[in-house]
Design a protein around this ligand. Sequence first.
Ligand code: EAX
Length: 323
Amino acid sequence: MKLSQLVLGVSLAFGLVAGAAAQTVMKISISTSQNSHQGVAIDTFAKEVEKRTNGRYKVQTFYNGALGGERESMEAVQLGTQELTLTSTGPVPNFVPETKILDVPFLFRDKAHARAVLDGPIGQDLLKKFEAKGFKALVWAENGFRHMTNSKRDVKAPEDLKGLKMRTMENPVHIAAYKGFGIITTPMAFPEVFTALQQGTVDGQENPLSVIISAKFDQVQKHLSLTGHVYSPCVIVMNKAAFDKLAPADKQAFLDAAKEAAKANRARVDEDDTKGVADLRAKGMTVIDNIDKAKFVQALAPVNAEFEKQFGKANLEKIRNYK
Ligand code: EAX
């Protein structure tokens, strides 16, 4: 046999093996709907993974908390019963305590500031902290700035929050801060929130416009105040063992797919922020869009002093002053 024939034979054999190789199917989940800033992220991720690995990897997408809420999805990814999830940082400090600092209210000036911090050394260092806990964090994405809604009254000043019973995420930083406003906090997984609002188990909740719109909270909440009290990051995490098993080029494909996902996610959040208020007003919500933010910041001064002790003033300043 000539060398060229041998080469041809070997490559054909490899081609056959590759062609016959089973496609590896993975799962990714979100707690919001497909038609949302998170839906567009995981749909983009799935499409890009498939394209960049020539179909050797397929990612099945699950929406609306079909595989469980965000905490449950983190548990499943940590265990490896599910490979991937996109989650807000809500439940993440219970797994990776270092991420807690990102949930401090009034930490970021605007989305550009938050995105720069997350994409820069501070955010990238935090992604590495997931590894010791059994996760590979692929990329930061976002929900956006959170705003308050309720069924009782217009919230124009911090005093208006006193005594409101509000659902919060299962996040220790949020809970401490909202207590500082005088809110009666009720931590709850996201898939239960619509019904809790509908049945009046809680008066209100807080989420970015992207979530309020996609979850149709306008159907069960009358009053929206653009408090923008905290930025809500999201992260795409993968089971670390599943990631480690990938060939180097496939690792890069997953990381690049995640970057595309975050890009699509942020673009959709921008779009929702631009159109959201008019949309929600048209659906019957009263929107307070001129709150005096300084008063809300002031109301949290005692809680903030606690956060400075907990996280270190210098660490908070490093984020606040990041350019
Ligand atoms: O990640 O739990 C929440 O309020 C989150 O913002 C929502 O599930 C989207």
